[in-house]
Design a protein around this ligand. Structure first.
Ligand SMILES: Nc1nc2c(c(=O)[nH]1)N[C@H]1C(S)=C(S)[C@@H](COP(=O)(O)OP(=O)(O)OC[C@H]3O[C@@H](n4cnc5c(N)ncnc54)[C@H](O)[C@@H]3O)O[C@H]1N2
Ligand code: MOO
Length: 428
């Protein structure tokens, strides 16, 4: 066994317990295993619907389009005129604009002016776009025979009255709002917000620079985690900073259990003598489990419960807390709301430098995206040294690149999965 292999072998053992590290997916399955959805719904109006979750199938009693209407600004003619010889001249006899009925019928040999979105009179069988006709006074010349039904949007071709427009468990985004608005719904029933408590643990923590003693640090995790949960689906209750004291933490958790569905804590899970999440939960009559996961950062993650309240224990280092929030806490929040987290979308990107590997864990590396190579693939540049507490690489990054556990030395030019922080086509 060479030095590289032995380092990896060592990494596969959790030094505190001598246990193997769990592969990420297995750890996620264990973590979500017994998370039960909350009950309760609320009625909200459309302009509060963004990011809410439908509590039942939403149906409509109207069709979309509501009536046959024109897809083009143009001219409508009758069915029997479609079988005449073309080019052919038609007399203009009426006009139909969006929101108005046609001013007259379309008689044989005549055409009516019709604008996009206007109701198509029953005697019109095809609409010829204005670009394809020659206008001369109150006549038009149509050069080629139109197809029956051309440029007519039929009633119900999008949605039929009586059908489900949004199934239960849909997380509403701008597309769904468009649909709800189109069918004229102004009030809908959604899952009630999830009540979430936030606690930071650690003797060293203070809420701002003024309160710091000479050994202290400012609490980064509560503000970061709170901002990761800005959503009408979440009601956040801040339980502040709790010192490394199992009695005080137990009291805080019992308080939280009276008012929230789930608590997210950070710190106090690595197993040292000051770590008190486990003791605090057991003292409160709850259950606790810590998983050691083959990821970096974010190896430890804890789950627990006190009565019906779920507890997610994130590691204290901010980058580890962020990664574990994204990989474990966020899916748990969604499970509590009764829906699955949408799949994380990654793209392939080429790394621009060799990445030596010291750990056999899946590594999430902050990277910046640069130019594309000749094949059009994005090139990514690693930032920082992999510290789980350094914020500057994270701030400068465009996303995380993932090197899967089991991967050896990564050479410059190899493809990696890249998970961007922002998505240009986001609708939520
Ligand atoms: N002997 C071992 N030591 C450590 C291990 C290990 O396996 N064996 N794991 C390391 C890893 S990985 C992590 S991550 C941390 C996890 O530790 P805890 O969750 O118990 O967190 P703490 O010890 O309380 O804090 C770690 C670190 O993070 C700072 N911290 C804590 N809370 C905050 C906050 N709200 N805002 C900003 N920074 C915070 C804290 O001051 C510590 O520096 O354990 C490693 N050690
Ligand atoms: O993996 Mo820890 O979670 O690196 O800091």
């Amino acid at each position: 066994m060479n030095v590289h292999q032995s380092l990896i072998q060592q990494d596969m053992n959790d030094c505190t317990k001598g246990q193997s590290l769990l592969p990420l997916q297995q750890a996620q399955e264990i973590f979500l295993n017994d998370v039960q959805p909350i009950a309760g719904t609320v009625s909200i109006c459309l302009n509060q619907a963004m990011s809410r979750i439908t509590a039942a199938d939403i149906t409509t009693d109207i069709s979309l389009p509501r009536f046959d209407n024109s897809a083009m600004d143009g001219f409508g003619i009758r069915l029997e005129d479609l079988s005449m010889a073309f080019p052919r001249t038609f007399q203009l006899t009426g006009r139909a604009a969006a929101g108005h009925s046609a001013t007259s019928n379309c008689t044989p040999g005549s055409a009516i002016r019709i604008l996009t979105g206007a109701r198509v009179p029953p005697d019109v069988a095809a609409i010829i776009p204005q670009e394809q006709v020659t206008l001369a006074g109150d006549t038009i010349l149509i050069s080629s025979v139109p197809r029956p039904g051309a440029n007519i949007r039929r009633q119900g071709e999008d949605i039929l009255a009586g059908s489900i427009i949004l199934p239960e468990g849909t997380m509403i985004d701008a597309r769904h709002i468009a649909m709800l608005a189109a069918v004229g719904l102004t009030q809908i029933q959604v899952v009630r917000p999830l009540r979430i408590g936030l606690i930071s643990t650690g003797d060293e923590l203070a809420d701002n620079g003024w309160d710091l003693n000479q050994n202290g640090i400012v609490d980064v995790n509560r503000p970061m985690l709170r901002s990761l949960m800005v959503s009408p689906m979440f009601d956040i209750m801040d339980f502040g900073i709790c010192p490394d004291d199992p009695e005080l933490l137990s009291q805080a958790l019992k308080d939280a259990a009276r008012s929230v569905d789930l608590v997210i804590s950070s710190g106090g899970i690595s197993g040292s003598e000051t770590d008190c999440l486990q003791r605090a939960i057991l003292k409160s009559g709850g259950e606790y489990q810590r998983l050691s996961v083959a990821i970096r950062p974010g190896k430890p993650i804890a789950k627990g419960c006190i009565g019906a309240m779920t507890i997610v224990g994130l590691p204290g280092n901010p980058i580890s807390a962020l990664i574990n929030f994204l990989l474990f806490a966020r899916p748990a929040l969604f499970a509590k709301l009764g829906i699955e987290l949408p799949h994380l979308i990654s793209t392939k990107a080429r790394c621009t430098e060799d990445l030596p590997r010291r750990f056999n864990r899946s590594e999430f590396i902050p990277v910046q995206v640069g130019k594309t190579n000749e094949e059009g693939e994005p090139l990514i540049y690693k930032l920082g040294s992999g510290s789980s507490s350094s914020l500057s690489p994270l701030v400068a990054a465009d996303g995380f690149a993932l090197v899967q556990s089991g991967t050896g030395f990564v050479e410059a030019g190899e493809p990696l999965d890249f998970y961007p922080f922002k998505n240009a086509f986001s609708v939520s």
